[in-house]
Design a protein around this ligand. Structure first.
Ligand code: SF4
Length: 325
């Protein structure tokens, strides 16, 4: 009963425009299992009240794959691990713009250019700015970028090129970070987000759950994400990649995944909360139930190094959830 009371109290606070405290966020994440359906239902109602019935559908284009200099222990693209995935450098602009046009025709709202760089090399960065300009002028799509660490000058150049939003994930809780990555710090990641914000870019940030972190560390991550106030939150669910240190990581139980999405809705009621990598393998329904429990965004047509659902299948999931693409 205490759990349901917590959910009701927090719902009333957020629905009336208020902000829940860190302690209330902890209580929400820890509601007993018998209060979990009430938590998910409340998160779903908040989502529809604050964001409407639409699901934000995004398509990614991995414009530089593999051989990243960093050692993030979940990542198939780190040069530290032999994961056997293909490697390629920045493809010709025409190829990327064609991809954006196809995504537009397939119903995607935005196109995200992602590169496995610690930071963009200067010549490649200039090319990406030109590509952003062309996607904007030739398709009218919103463009997001995820290019690694940015200088303030680069953040400004991306904004002027027409990029709307910059993605840079926090990955995991500050207290877990050094077990996941040793080549840069949590603070480095926050710094790039500040630079992007300083240049007037919208922010997209989040993390990856299921890395062996505790529930308390998921709360820590969620509260750090709230501090940044991103327009979009991305929560990935680990898909263990053979060859990485986390290849044998035990999957998170579905209830833990649902709790995290519901909590993010209570913490950032007006932001897009996107189910990123992992929904096709970590959930039985490719994320359909999460769209009723706090999430309102998906990535379609595959991920950076993994296949995903085809756009037609995702449209079907959205229809079944009685939502709109
Ligand atoms: S998560 Fe990003 S920074 Fe880390 S290894 Fe992968 S591509 Fe590089």
């Amino acid at each position: 009963m205490g759990g349901i009371d917590t959910v009701r109290r927090c719902y009333d606070v957020v629905a009336s425009g208020g902000v829940i405290t860190d302690a209330e966020a902890r209580d929400l994440l820890n509601v007993p299992d018998d209060a979990l359906p009430a938590l998910l239902d409340a998160a779903g109602r908040l989502t529809r009240a604050m964001r409407g019935p639409e699901v934000d559908v995004e398509q990614l284009h991995n414009i530089k794959k593999n051989a990243c200099s960093e050692d993030c222990s979940f990542c198939a693209q780190s040069a530290f691990f032999d994961t056997g995935i293909e490697t390629y450098r920045l493809p010709p602009a025409e190829e990327i713009i064609e991809g954006a046009k196809e995504a537009r025709a397939g119903g995607a709202d935005s196109y995200c250019l992602v590169a496995a760089w610690r930071e963009p090399p200067p010549a490649d960065f200039e090319s990406v700015c030109g590509i952003v300009r062309r996607i904007r002028s030739e398709t009218g799509m919103e463009v997001e970028c995820s290019l690694g660490f940015l200088t303030a000058r680069q953040a400004g150049a991306l904004k002027r090129a027409g990029a709307r939003r910059y993605n840079h994930n926090l990955e995991t809780a500050p207290s877990k970070f050094s077990q996941i990555c040793t080549t840069h710090t949590f603070a480095d990641r926050v710094e790039t987000l500040k630079r992007a914000r300083g240049a007037g870019l919208e922010l997209c940030t989040g993390g990856i759950i299921g890395l062996g972190e505790t529930r308390a560390q998921r709360l820590e991550l969620a509260l750090e994400i709230r501090r940044i106030r991103p327009e979009e939150v991305t929560i990935n669910i680990l898909v263990p990649v053979p060859g990485t240190p986390l290849e044998l990581q035990v999957p998170l139980p579905p209830g833990e995944i649902s709790r995290m999405f519901a909590l993010m809705r209570f913490l950032l009621p007006r932001s897009i909360v996107k189910i990123s990598g992992g929904r096709e393998t970590a959930t039985d329904d490719a994320g359909e139930a999460l769209l009723g429990g706090g999430a309102d965004g998906i990535i379609t047509n595959g991920y950076l190094t993994m296949p995903g659902n085809a756009p037609g299948r995702d449209s079907e999931i959205i229809r079944r959830a009685r939502l709109e693409a």
